[in-house]
Design a protein around this ligand. Structure first.
Ligand code: AMP
Ligand code: ZN
Length: 485
């Protein structure tokens, strides 16, 4: 399979270090607030990567960190620690804040059907390892100390800025220097001293003074600790190319003289129609915001699948409407084909499997694979059985929980087809007793008036049913009852 490597700026054939296993590190959340749907887009992209690797027969060793200290409000090493600031705002301890938002984040991932990392690791659990790395950098002459901390001297590393393109070089030149004592604009903090006039909640002793580690040191230490050096793929959002990942690479190369990871993959941003979404600006949309608007988490996942991970995605309620409707149609298709009689697998079936693999192996072309899925569902040369099998097969990558769409066995011969929802997923049953009592009575009354050809009364009852949030329609001798989304 091919993936785009931000390091070489090319699509490359993936050649993992171990034949059967791929080692991935993805920068985790900074847990001072809820994850917004932009952050979550990046984790959906990483999940798709893992699923495509699994589909190709690799096992995946995926490490994700929790940034619970050291990520400052400005990426120029000035400004407050986001966690300390968040704790002050909410009048809680930093540890409570970190714990609360970490747990919330994990629940968001579950709602989006994102496969759990093989291992979670917290920055605050690796402080000693970080101090050891800084000591090694010091021994090799890459550090210097100024009034607010210990810094990495980027001029000492010949290959500094390997991820950069022309725009990053320009951006660094145009940067307003906020830490005046730094030797070079691109130098970055390895260890920051606690402020003299203020007591931090999180701080540790070190050979250089009491303080806390820099964010870039945390990730390089945690990834190497769990995966060794080099590992296969390092992921994150595109904003990390310029500073965070550049500085992780710098430390790894300075100490080990080896690349940190062989492939670097970055997900493009999700933006609101007219503005950027960022936790620090305070304008964020979360999964809960979507829920309030009546959208399901998996519809958001569908929205993300429908745009390539290296393209910008502009968020709007209209695009969510489209995603929610498309996902529902997919569920309906999974339902309609569920109980179909078994057939042989045709040549056509195999062609679809082959095409699907070509799409996903081409740098995760999921929008292509999705479009092909819709064509497949319309293909008259496939049996319903094959369609269902293909849907379930493709869903190993899509992760839309299509295999959970089931109906009870009696449904094909039954009078009623009832569609409700269980845990945000549609659920079909033939059992009229599963309806709320009031609704069940109305359905039976309507049936009676239809039998008596009393159409006015039947219409009247339909309106009552609709007021309760349900739709009712007749198809042949069947009655279809659906709970509105
Ligand atoms: P943070 O919690 O701020 O450390 O960010 C967590 C992840 O979300 C990182 O990989 C960021 O690169 C990514 N990220 C931040 N904002 C966005 C956005 N608007 N769209 C996509 N990814 C984002
Ligand atoms: Zn990181």
């Amino acid at each position: 399979m091919k993936i785009y490597n931000s390091l070489t700026k090319k699509k490359e054939e993936l050649k993992p270090i171990n034949e059967k296993e791929v080692k991935i590190y993805g920068c985790g959340p900074t847990v001072y607030w809820f994850a917004h749907i932009g952050n979550l887009r990046t984790y959906i992209f990483e999940d798709i990567l893992k699923r495509v690797l699994n589909y190709n027969g690799y096992s995946v060793n995926h490490v994700m960190n929790i940034t619970d200290v050291g990520h400052l409000t400005s990426d120029s090493d000035s400004g407050e620690d986001k966690l300390e600031k968040g704790a002050k705002k909410e009048r809680k301890s930093v540890w409570e804040i970190a714990e609360f938002y970490t747990e919330f984040f994990k629940k968001d991932l579950e709602l989006l059907n994102i496969i759990k990392p093989t291992k979670w690791i917290k920055a605050t659990d690796t402080i000693n390892d970080q101090i050891e790395l800084i000591k090694k950098l010091e021994e090799k002459g890459f550090t210097y100390t100024i009034s607010d901390g210990v810094y990495f001297d980027t001029s000492k590393l010949e290959k500094y800025g390997r991820l950069w393109g022309e725009s990053e070089r320009k951006e660094m030149k145009g940067r307003i220097e906020e830490v005046k004592e730094k030797r070079n604009q691109s130098d970055f903090a390895l260890w920051k001293f606690s402020p003299k006039n203020e007591k931090r909640q999180m701080e540790w002793e070190s050979p250089w003074g009491v303080g806390f580690p820099g964010w870039h040191t945390e990730c390089v230490v945690m990834s190497i600790k769990e995966l060794g050096i080099p590992f296969d793929i390092h992921c994150g959002g595109i904003d990390h190319i310029f500073i965070h990942h550049t500085n992780e690479i710098a430390q790894a190369e300075a100490v080990y003289d080896k690349p940190l990871a062989n492939y670097w993959m970055h997900g493009e941003f999700l933006n609101l129609k007219d503005s950027k979404m960022s936790k620090s600006s305070g304008t964020i949309i979360t999964l809960s915001t979507l829920k309030q608007k009546g959208f399901t988490p998996l519809a958001y996942r569908y929205l993300c699948l429908n745009t390539h991970y290296r393209s910008k995605l502009s968020f709007s309620d209209e695009s969510m409407d489209f995603a929610e409707n498309s996902l529902n149609k997919l569920y309906e298709k999974a339902f309609e084909t569920f109980n179909s009689s078994k057939t042989e697998y045709s040549e056509r079936y195999n062609e679809y499997i082959k095409k699907f693999k070509e799409y996903i192996d081409d740098d995760l072309n999921i929008p292509g694979a999705l479009a092909m899925t819709w064509d497949m569902l319309k293909d008259k040369d496939l049996s319903d059985f094959e369609k269902h099998e293909l849907l379930i097969n493709f869903d190993e990558v899509f992760g839309l929980r299509l295999s959970l769409i089931k109906s009870d066995e009696n449904i094909s011969g039954s009078k009623y087809i009832i569609k409700t929802f269980k845990d945000d997923l549609p659920f079909w049953t033939s059992d009229i007793n599963s309806l709320p009592e009031e609704l069940k009575k109305l359905v039976e009354e309507r049936e009676e008036s239809r039998n008596n050809k009393d159409w006015d009364k039947s219409d009247e009852i339909r309106e009552k049913i609709e007021k309760l949030g349900w739709q009712i329609e007749d198809s042949g001798n069947k009655t279809i009852i659906k709970l509105n989304n």
